[in-house]
Design a protein around this ligand. Structure first.
Ligand code: NAD
Ligand code: LMR
Length: 366
């Protein structure tokens, strides 16, 4: 019998490469941090995605093991593993989409901000690789604190002259997934029928579910609104506490990451009408328009102040339309109810701004 890698028509690897090169339809996707708690189920689910033709799995540990395991799945994508920084550029070359769950997770008692020092450095190194090897890829950034790792990635891309704000997306899909689940529970509906926009950011009070815009249309009592808002904002902490030192959300996160990545790939393919929430540069920055926030703030009332701040904040989680260029359009927040624009929620903006400034100052990138 011919050995596995010496079968007729070239080695198994050559034929896999040939299949990958030879126009098997689909996109090339890299996962950085693929051997981690999120990375492994994410890699498995992306291997099952028919839109993916090539899947690169990169990590600083155990990438060969995870790759060997995943590569036995009889789905279309060709899987290759890359271990350690010397292989980073090879892992990234030619990629259409790069998903980054690399970094340390929280333990009970920590905030996402406590992860900043370690994860900022990791994200920086990985994004430098992107500037060298796939500067046009869409980037889905999962590593926490998302509110600050996304601005860091932006600075790295700016430095290299490759920054396109439309292609850099912080993944906040888990907030939406949680919101859909918890709201469905309260309404007694199937979560698949429920859609809740979640805006702001991805940490504590910066996570703002817009319960006034839930589909299908519905209403909540004050108690329900307060319960749901708090449960959605504290969803990450709920999992961190339940795991009691063994990390943070990994399985629901992998599910959310794949749901979001699939939307990005369908957007890249040219599908119309794909709208999801993501943490992105604000519209003014995306369109390169000068910002008129001073004027807006002085002339409009408190509720409209929201809109002023959305454009004033450099990054904000909003509903975005995904297309061939990434986040091609950012939607306004839409009509907010009294609770959503009340002083308590207004604090979100202030916190988000302070958070960003502190963290950026620490990196010396800003
Ligand atoms: P984990 O520790 O299980 O896995 C992280 C992986 O990253 C490990 O395999 C590790 O080897 C790898 N890694 C570390 N340094 C690296 C480097 N320089 N290059 C490549 N890989 C490197 O952690 P996890 O539970 O998978 O969480 C990963 C990150 O995702 C954490 O920062 C966590 O807070 C964050 N997270 C974000 C969300 C979100 O909604 N955006 C949700 C859950 C977790
Ligand atoms: C989450 O929301 O589950 C993640 O951001 C992980 C965490 O630390 O809460």
């Amino acid at each position: 019998h011919p050995s596995n890698d010496q079968m007729e028509g070239g080695s198994v690897l050559e034929r896999a490469n040939c299949r990958a090169k030879g126009g098997a339809p689909g996109f090339k996707v890299a996962i950085l941090g693929a051997a981690g708690g999120i990375g492994q189920p994410l890699a498995m689910l992306m291997k099952m995605n028919p839109l993916v033709s090539v899947l690169h799995l990169y990590d600083v540990v155990n990438a060969p093991g995870v790759t060997a395991d995943i590569s036995h799945m009889d789905t279309g994508a060709v899987v290759r593993g890359f271990l350690g920084q010397p292989q980073l550029d090879a892992a990234l070359t030619g990629m259409d989409l790069v998903i980054i769950p690399a970094g340390v997770p929280r333990k009970p008692g920590m905030t996402r901000d406590d992860l900043f020092k370690i994860n900022a450095g990791i994200v920086r190194t990985l994004c430098e690789g992107i500037t060298r090897s796939c500067p046009n890829a869409i980037v889905n950034l999962i590593s926490n604190p998302v509110n600050s790792t996304v601005p860091i990635a932006a600075e790295v891309f700016k430095k290299a002259g490759t920054y396109d704000p439309k292609r850099l997306l912080g993944v906040t899909m888990l907030d939406v997934v949680r919101a859909n689940t918890f709201v469905a529970e309260v309404l007694g509906l199937d979560p698949r029928e429920v859609s809740v926009p979640v805006v702001g950011g991805h940490a504590g009070v910066t996570i703002l579910p817009l319960l006034s815009q839930v589909k299908p249309p519905c209403s909540f009592t004050k108690e329900e609104t307060e319960y749901l808002t708090k449960r959605i904002q504290d969803g990450g902490t709920e999992v961190v506490q339940a795991k009691a030192g063994a990390g943070s959300a990994t399985l629901s996160m992998a599910y959310a990451a794949v749901k979001f990545a699939d939307c990005c790939l369908r957007g890249l393919r040219g599908d119309a009408g794909i709208v999801e929430c993501a943490y992105v540069a604000s519209q003014g920055q995306i369109q390169g328009k000068p910002q008129k926030t001073e004027k807006v703030r002085n002339t409009l009332d408190h509720s409209f102040g929201w809109y002023a701040h959305v454009t004033e904040l450099p990054f904000f989680a909003s509903q975005v339309r995904l297309g061939r260029g990434g986040a091609e359009e950012i939607y306004q927040l839409g009509p907010l109810n009294e609770y959503e624009r009340g002083p308590k929620q207004y604090k979100i903006l202030v916190e988000q701004r302070i958070y960003h400034l502190i963290n950026m100052t620490q990196t010396g990138l800003d």
